[in-house]
Structure formats: C-alpha cells, structure tokens
Unconditional design. Structure first.
Lengths: 221, 221
DNA sequence: AGGTGTACCTACTCACCAGTAGATTACTTG
DNA sequence: CAAGTAATCTACTGGTGAGTAGGTACACCT
C-alpha cells in the first residue's frame, strides 16, 4: 500500500523515465485495487503517482494498456516468488507445503497486487481475463506435475493427465479463493492460512474429523 | 441466458407491474453478468428488457438499488436450492455430497446468476460485497455445523468452533472458485465437478494419490 | 552561454451515461 | 362510453472521465 503522496502543486521534480514508470505502475496498482478498473480514473492515478495526466499517456498508453501492463507485472512477480519458494528434491507433500507458504506469503505482503491480479482481472472480461488465465495455467501445470509425480511413487495406476489437471485446478482455485477470503479476514497470519489449506487438501475432512493432522517434516518423529 | 429481445420500436405492450419487474430483473442479471456493474448501462438494460429507461427507474430505482436487488434475489434463490438439496438425517459425508451436488447443479443451470452473484458482487466494494458476505456466512455456518457434528460422532476432541469455521470457509471458498473455474470450462458435467471437489475435500490428495476414492453410498458394498 | 531534447504542465474537447420532466397511450371500472 | 389511473414513451440535463493540443521549464553537452 503506497502512502498517499502529499497533494502536489506545481511542477514535479524531473526524474528519469524508468523511475517514473515504476512510480506510475505502483500508483495504478494501488488505485485499480481500491476502485476496480472502471471506477478508477486516470486522473486519480496520475494524482497518486504525483504527476499529470499527459505523462501517464506518454509513458504507458491508454487505460487498458496500463491495466494489462499492471496485471502482467504483478503476475510475473508473483510466479517468481512462488517458484523460488518451492524446494525441489523433496517429497510431494513438502513441495506442496512450501509452494503454499510462498503463495500466501506473497499475497500477505502484496495485498493490492493480489486484488488487482485476481479480483479485478477476473471480473473484467476480455483480454484481461486471458492474461490472468495464462498465469493460472502455469500454476495449474506446476501442481499437476507434482501430483502426477506423487502418484508415480505409489504402486497404484497413476492418475490420468485429465484427472490430475482438474484436481490441480481445484487446488489452485481453492488457493485463489482462500486468498480472497483472507483479504476480508486480515488478522490471521499467513502461516496459519497456508497450513489450513494444506491440511484440507492433503488430509481431507475425512481424516481431519478423525483427528489426523498433517505436520511439516520438522515435527515428525 | 435470455435470448436478446428483437430490436424494439415504438411502444411496448402493456403488462402488469409484477411481470415487468421480473423481466427487468432478468435483463439486469444478464447485462450485469456480461459487462460488470460499472460497464453496464441502464440504457442497455432497459433495451434488453424491452422497455424504456424511465420504466426502469419507476420500478426498480437507481442503478445501485437495482444491482443490490439482483444480488439479493439470486442469493435467495440459490440458498433455497441448496437447502432443498441437502438430505438431513444422513451421515456427514452424504450430506456434504448432496449439498455440493445441489450447488453445482444450480450454478450449471444459472451461470449468469452465479456470475453476477459472485464475480461481480465481490469485485464491487461496499454494500454489494456486504450483501454477498451475508449469504456466504449462511453457507459457512451450514458447513461448519456439519463438520462439528461429524467430529462429535468420533471419539476425538471435537474441533474448536474457530477451527471448524475456518475450514468451512475454506471449503465454501473452494466451491466458489471451482464454480468460477467451471464457468471457463463449461464442457464438464455438473456431477463430475461436484465429485472432484467432494473427493478433494473429503479424502485429500494424500489419500487420492494412494488410490483411495470416496464413493456415494449406493456404490458401497 | 546557448542549443537540444526530454520531462512536464494547463486547459481544453468530446462522448457517454445516470437520472428526470412532461406528454401520451391503453386497460378497467362504473 | 367516459373518467381515472397505470404503463409507457421521447427528449432532454448535468456531470464525469478518457484522451489531446500546444506550450513551458529543466538538465546536460559543448
């Protein structure tokens, strides 16, 4: 959350283009996340960014281009955060756990990013949703691969690609919407939310109601 | 999905108020679901409804009132569908199963309703999200009660209210977002989607990768 | 210092849309 | 069949916001 720039009067200090572009993007993510695409005005974005509207257009083009650019940037940053968080060469449950922790960690520290990325992008139709769908696709592939790998280490008929992918989609969806839910209940720490989802999707209610809990490896005997 | 009314010219046929109101609401749900709250215009809604704008205002008030009314109507209809679908006096897993089937059944046959209800309402802030949150609260309570009941029949320390409620929230969230995902993959039948979520949340990946599947009672030995 | 290009601004235009005023038509009931 | 009233229309206003035209100041190089 960017602190509101003090009300600017007169000319802004000269800055190199790259720096201004970053400032503008930050402001745009902030405003889009608070107001949504349509209700956000280019006037407000330029004001928050501390510059005038023509700068906005000169640097980042139309409102739609700006929004798409925001989505791409935030999506890339997030996917990198998750990819860096996963520990390969670990058993599937641990990989899933580290991925979930990285995901909720990112969302917790970049609420505006998540808001613009998920809620806004998916509720505007068209090219924006497509942008988002592509990123979700990458996430689903990640999880699906993990699942297939998990079944391969067992001596059961490995799940079909189709089956794995749809389960992965369900899990990714659960993560997305739990993150949305979390936005409205911000008091819980990230680790707790991540651990709840981990237990839900790895153990299932069937186990949980019998008191069987999943623990991270450090707590295993 | 309402078929577009043919382009209307001249006066619409006189109809009693109640009927017109229904037509208008149907049109509003259609347009809101396609375009979102802000991008939807009262002109377009009135056109799809086959009447002129002043009628809209005379019957349903302002744009915001209209939208809120849509949300309330659709939410009520959906909750009733689910409540009617659940079979009480059955074991917890069967109750959950029937609830999921009812939910996905409703979404499948009322895609526009779901879109306006979930995607649109949650991405507009303010009173709309509150309206939605209240309905989600009812759903969460339903599931949480079911969970608490399930643990009570076991001889384990029953989960805390807090724990049960957040797990319920996760499940409801998973359902919401799986429904969203389903909007973009409409080829799957409702039963299949419902069954996937059932397996995921009841059995968990941990069981699924070992080939343990949940079956509805009719297939049990 | 003077020139050159880039960062930056004020002040508009134009389109679109929520909401309304005031007139008009068609059922319905005595 | 004439009121009376409910349903409906056409045609406007006012405000807001995307996008732009045309100009000003600052920094750096020579």
């Amino acid at each position: 959350m960017q602190p509101d720039q003090p009300v600017r009067t007169g000319r802004a200090k000269r800055l190199p283009r790259a720096v201004r572009e970053r400032q503008i993007m930050d402001a745009a993510v902030d405003v889009f996340s608070r107001l949504g695409f349509h209700a956000a005005s280019m006037d407000e974005i330029s004001e928050v960014a501390g510059i005038s509207k023509p700068m906005l257009y000169a640097y980042l083009g139309s409102k739609e281009e700006l929004f798409a650019t925001c989505i791409r940037r935030e999506a890339t940053v997030m996917m990198e955060a998750i990819a860096n968080g996963i520990e390969p060469d670990q058993p599937p449950d641990v990989q899933l756990w580290s991925g979930l922790r990285a995901f909720f960690g990112f969302v917790g520290e970049n609420r505006a990013s998540w808001q613009v990325l998920h809620r806004q992008a998916s509720s505007q139709g068209g090219p924006f949703a497509a942008e988002l769908a592509e990123m979700r696709g990458r996430a689903v592939n990640l999880v699906a691969a993990l699942l297939v790998h998990a079944t391969k280490t067992q001596d059961v008929p490995s799940a079909s690609e189709q089956e794995a992918e749809s389960l992965a989609a369900a899990l990714v969806g659960a993560g997305e919407s739990l993150a949305d839910w979390w936005l409205d209940h911000p008091d819980e720490p990230a680790g707790v939310v991540a651990s709840r989802l981990m237990n839900l999707v790895w153990m299932g209610f069937g186990d949980l109601v019998q008191g069987n809990i999943w623990h991270p490896p450090s707590k295993r005997p």
